[in-house]
Design a protein around this ligand. Structure first.
Ligand code: NDP
Length: 334
């Protein structure tokens, strides 16, 4: 599959170019950027043959089948709609859009056009998260009572741009990290958060947007989820705990882009280290995307998954802004 990359971004250069090139026949033919100079520099630094500021020019290339979108968040909607209209399969970065309605429109447009549309939620592609999901699905911890997500990290200096100071580009820790945590909770527990309470703060980095959030979510099964996201915590580490009637899972260092971290299962039988695969998260996401395009499997996180993670994040922000409990509005997705 030949790709058009939309957005000459950090994630594209650090992870996604390599992930595409790791697939059989995976090739990036174009980068489309808002800046001619930046796009050309980026293309030349990464051996991408063509760059353009005119997305339509790249989309007109019939030798390309797929588009990966990693521009800033407010651009995802028009760029995805253009790619879908051109008949390309689309892998779009999270958050899919600035509103749930816009994200749902993207998914519906892709369905109507008959193209594959997926969301780049990498955490559910990791060996650690997949191992935890299997333990839960196999009933190893009994009925799940609660999930605690520790995702307060330190945003590195090279990413401290629009994320911390530009609400119009989709900045803030809630659209950036809470969306990932919403996807993790849905993936692990197999159900959609129903109601949230939350608080948010600017604790040293955020200028006009929140850089920290804590929230509590109720799940239809009655399980409770506690989620903490931040850009300002250099030494907190990340992790996840799932507690059930028959056991608990403790995962350390697993809310990350790398295939690292440890998972332990604790039951009446004692404490055991869980074996996990150490495959590349983004390559796995691409592999699953290729299966979805081929009709042999599903995308790791598909379009509705991206809409739902955004819906949870938007509910968290609403709850934090209003001080009220908020029911998650998934629109017409069930
Ligand atoms: P960057 O800040 O690196 O890039 C975003 C955009 O900024 C680029 O698309 C580019 O615009 C512009 N830009 C960047 N550097 C320059 C420059 N030197 N000169 C001019 N313009 C520049 O963003 P990220 O890579 O951190 O994030 C991009 C998207 O990916 C976001 O939607 C984010 O939420 C998502 N993301 C997802 C991750 C995941 O694991 N799934 C991880 C990290 C990010 P242009 O589009 O015009 O080229």
């Amino acid at each position: 599959m030949r790709w058009v990359f939309v957005g000459a971004s950090t994630i594209a250069s650090q992870y996604m170019l390599g992930a595409v090139r790791a697939q059989e026949g995976g090739d990036v033919a174009w980068v489309a950027s808002g800046s001619a100079q930046h796009g050309a520099d980026w293309a030349s630094a990464h051996n991408v043959p063509k760059s353009t500021t005119d997305l339509a020019e790249a989309l007109a290339d019939e030798s390309c089948d797929a588009v990966y979108i990693s521009s800033t968040n407010e651009k995802h909607l028009p760029q995805a709609m253009a790619a879908i209209a051109a008949g390309k399969h689309v892998l779009c970065e999270k958050p899919l859009a600035m509103s749930v309605a816009d994200a749902a429109d993207m998914v519906k447009a892709a369905e109507a056009a008959g193209v594959t549309f997926a969301t780049n939620h990498h955490l559910r592609c990791s060996g650690t998260h997949r191992a935890m999901q299997a333990l839960i699905a196999e009933g190893k911890i009994g009925k799940v009572l609660s999930l605690r997500i520790f995702h307060a990290v330190h945003l590195p200096p090279h990413l401290q741009g629009w994320r911390i100071n530009d609400a119009t580009a989709g900045g803030g820790v809630i659209p950036d990290i809470t969306v990932h945590d919403a996807d993790v909770a849905r993936f692990l527990l197999g159900e959609d958060p129903q109601r949230v309470v939350a608080q948010m703060a600017a604790s040293g980095m955020g200028e006009g947007v929140e850089d920290s959030a804590m929230s509590v979510w109720t799940m239809p099964s009655g399980a409770m989820v506690m989620s903490h996201e931040s850009f300002t915590h250099p030494f907190a580490g990340s992790g996840l705990e799932v507690h059930g009637t028959e056991g608990s899972i403790f995962a350390k260092g697993v809310m990350t882009q790398e295939p690292v971290g440890d998972v332990e299962l604790v039951t009446a039988a004692g404490r055991t280290a869980v074996e996990v695969s150490r495959h590349n998260l983004y390559e796995q996401g691409l592999e699953d995307f290729y299966s979805a395009v081929a009709g042999t499997g599903r995308a790791a996180a598909d379009g509705p998954d991206g809409v739902k993670s955004l819906a949870v994040a938007m509910a968290v922000r609403d709850a934090a802004q209003t001080g009220q409990a908020v029911d998650v509005d998934y629109g017409d997705l069930t």
